[in-house]
Design a protein around this ligand. Structure first.
Ligand SMILES: Cc1cc2nc3c(=O)[nH]c(=O)nc-3n(C[C@H](O)[C@H](O)[C@H](O)COP(=O)(O)O)c2cc1C
Length: 202
């Protein structure tokens, strides 16, 4: 299958609010916002947490792009797909891959590499099933009052998208917060909220 993602190496690009490596950028396919979906009431009724993932079944880049968009993308109003207090839009979503940690830049619909470290092991020290999932999202914030609420909106959107697309997911707090804080290169005032693996259960 034709891959929509390509890699670009740019010298000395300053990533928004982050200490950039020699920034590796990975453009994401445009999410399909016209797709038909099961009725909302049925999706809410069917949503559930899943803890069995098929490690041989990967998630394609278009699906990854749509997962990120429902979590925290830019909508048709130029705001976010989730409500945020005072429209602060400061929830951050990271994607962990074996090749490193990636920050989701929603405005530009792309992933920006934060580090080459494989941080996935810090998500599953106490629940090994997560290592079978192909996609690992980490939610972070610097808003002590509302950051968790914002993450809740994002992970619920991902649950509903997963339900609509036959994907499995679970929101998780059993993670190594300190190691993830370090691996994601978060500032002192930022904190890790939760981990959400996504994959196929069969
Ligand atoms: C804040 C939060 C943290 C959670 N942490 C974990 C976790 O670390 N591991 C896990 O397997 N499930 C975790 N869950 C999932 C819950 O166990 C799950 O939502 C609950 O059992 C209800 O099941 P349901 O989501 O299928 O309705 C968490 C859920 C929430 C909301």
């Amino acid at each position: 299958m034709r891959r929509h993602i390509f890699y670009t190496l740019m010298a000395a690009v300053s990533l928004s609010g982050m200490n950039a490596l020699a920034a590796e950028i990975r453009n994401l396919p445009t999410p399909d916002l016209e797709q038909k979906s099961p009725a909302l009431m049925d999706l809410i009724n069917t949503r559930k947490s899943e803890r069995i993932y098929n490690k041989n079944k990967k998630i394609d880049d278009k699906t990854l792009s749509e997962i990120l968009w429902v979590a925290n993308g830019v909508n048709k109003y130029g705001r976010r797909t989730i409500a945020t207090a005072r429209n602060e839009q400061n929830l951050k979503v990271f994607v962990l891959e074996e090749n490193g940690v990636w920050y989701y830049n929603a405005q530009d619909n792309r992933l920006e590499k934060v580090s080459n470290e494989n941080a996935i092991p810090y998500t599953g020290e106490e629940q090994k099933f997560v290592f079978d999932a192909p996609v690992h999202l980490i939610y972070t914030s610097s808003d002590k009052h509302w950051g968790h609420a914002h993450a809740g909106s994002a992970y619920q959107n991902v649950y509903l998208y997963a339900t609509a697309h036959g994907l499995a997911t679970v929101i998780r707090g059993l993670i190594n917060f300190d190691e993830l804080h370090r691996a994601l290169k978060l500032d002192k005032d930022e904190f890790v909220i939760a981990h959400q693996p996504v994959g196929y259960s069969e």
